[in-house]
Design a protein around this ligand. Structure first.
Ligand SMILES: Nc1ncnc2c1ncn2[C@@H]1O[C@H](COP(=O)(O)OP(=O)(O)OP(=O)(O)O)[C@@H](O)[C@H]1O
Length: 308
């Protein structure tokens, strides 16, 4: 469906993309997971022809994007990270504006708008101005705008940023329904749990490079880490714990009153961790040993937490 070969892009001195090669299959929900500034938006902007790469190739159904620009553009829908709606217009008026821009007019436009408002659960608010909408509702109209021209591939750039958990779940349901209808989607996120929950395949991007790719199971299998030891303490960890961190070679995350140790040898690391914590006068409240998460895979690959 979509293939890219060795895409590169620099903004002055910043090397935003470094030989990014992707292959997205028809109907696939592909997650591009990476921290802030990793190159996710740059990738989406390039793949949707908003931005030209410095070098590299982009093929839709085997044909070059730039040699078939108008045909390719008809296939592509983009849900941008920034909400692209007029606050003083109603939902219907906004969607009419976008529909006309895509060349969808008259009865076809009207029925498509009604269908999408129904699908996104916003029919009852269709005549209200966008400025009266919650953040989650705006995000849903943003999705509707990208679907008006029946694209076959949709890019979603962090569509759940800044919304409450209930709205996030509604957006997940929409994405899962679109996925079950066979739409190809590329979904960028810096939320590990979204990639784990939604995507068929995940590409981990860091500093402009795809550093790992595969299904969740494949990514976990390729990791040396097998388990996570989660420790909760009775108070916030304020003292210098670098000796403990150093002992575990950067595989220990310390946040507020918790530690998470990613390990391939829980049987030996668990007693050492407890001993070192006791020695540092830390009081344990709770201890769990869990199976590997994507967070640990990311930490192992990049040496940093996604939430940095
Ligand atoms: N217009 C620009 N001018 C200069 N540098 C830019 C520009 N756009 C992006 N960058 C830089 O390119 C790198 C990649 O940015 P990009 O926005 O693609 O990352 P991202 O993964 O989408 O991040 P976020 O999650 O914060 O949206 C960053 O270092 C960023 O600062």
């Amino acid at each position: 469906m979509l293939t890219t070969n060795n895409l590169t892009k620099s903004y002055n001195e910043v090397n935003a993309l470094n030989n990014v090669s992707l292959s997205i299959k028809e109907g696939e929900l592909y997650g591009l997971l990476g921290p802030n500034g990793a190159g996710k938006t740059t990738t989406i902007n390039i793949l949707s022809s908003l931005l030209k790469p410095d070098s590299g190739e982009i093929l839709y159904q085997g044909k070059s994007l730039y040699q078939n620009l108008s045909e390719s553009k008809r296939m592509i829908g983009v849900v941008p990270q920034e909400i692209a709606l007029y606050e003083d217009l109603t939902a219907i008026e906004n969607l009419k504006f976008w529909g006309t821009l895509y060349g969808i007019k008259g009865k076809k436009q009207q029925s498509k708008i009604e269908e999408l408002l129904e699908f996104l659960g916003l029919s009852d608010r269709k005549n209200h101005k966008i400025k009266t909408y919650s953040g989650g509702m705006k995000r849903r109209i943003n999705i509707a705008a990208a679907l008006l021209h029946d694209p076959t591939i949709v890019f979603m750039d962090e569509p759940t940023v800044g919304i409450d958990p209930q709205s996030r779940n509604l957006i997940f349901e929409v994405i899962q329904e679109l996925h079950s209808r066979g739409l190809t989607m590329i979904y960028t996120t810096h939320y590990m749990e979204e990639a784990e929950r939604l995507c068929d395949r995940i590409g981990i991007i860091d500093e402009g490079k795809i550093i790992a790719e595969g299904s969740l199971e494949e990514l976990k299998k390729s990791s040396k880490i097998k388990e996570e030891i989660h420790v909760k303490f009775t108070n916030t960890l304020k003292t210098d714990l670098s000796n403990i961190s150093n002992h575990f070679n950067g595989q220990l995350l310390i946040q507020e009153n918790q530690m998470v140790l990613s390990t391939s040898q829980a049987n030996t690391d668990l007693p050492s961790l407890i001993q070192m914590c006791t020695h540092a006068n830390l009081h344990l409240e709770r201890l769990d040993v869990k199976s590997l998460s994507l967070e640990s895979v990311f930490l192992e690959l990049t040496g940093k937490s996604l939430r940095d």
